[in-house]
Design a protein around this ligand. Sequence first.
Ligand SMILES: [Zn+2]
Length: 172
Amino acid sequence: MLPPFYYTEFLTWCFMINDVEKIKRFKLMPSPVPDSCWYSNLRTVLPKGIWDIIRKEAYAQANGKCMICGSKVNRLEAHENWVYDEKNCVQKLESILALCHSCHAVIHIGRTQLIDQEEMAIKHFCKVNGCSYSDYIKALALANEKHRRLNEVSEWKLDVSIIAHLLEDKKD
Ligand SMILES: [Zn+2]
């Protein structure tokens, strides 16, 4: 039989692994962007008019419903969904999502905390994921850890191939 100390450590470790796996399956998560990455705000670097095309395409696909939580809202917000290949230092634009304000606030939780709207975001996070406040705290810790890792990369290579066709058209 294992000594009590190691047994407790072992159980704690098992619970943590379970939590991380559960949290990774949540459909709504805070999504950190590296501090150095000014491309994370695509609309400011695209030729005029292109962002409007991209945004409106996402709204048309969404058909009045948030693409994450499914709630029907009058006003959708366009979110640049970036994924990070940490091994190859590639930041890739995966999709443009049309979201309700609350889902968008959870994704950009750092900004939401700064403007004092975290309480609203926590409620929405727990409702959409069907989870508890302590799950939110763990998800936040995971997001902060990811943010720290992303900041360790000095330069990200940019992959915006999903909108390359729009940029090509503009050149002609
Ligand atoms: Zn939503």
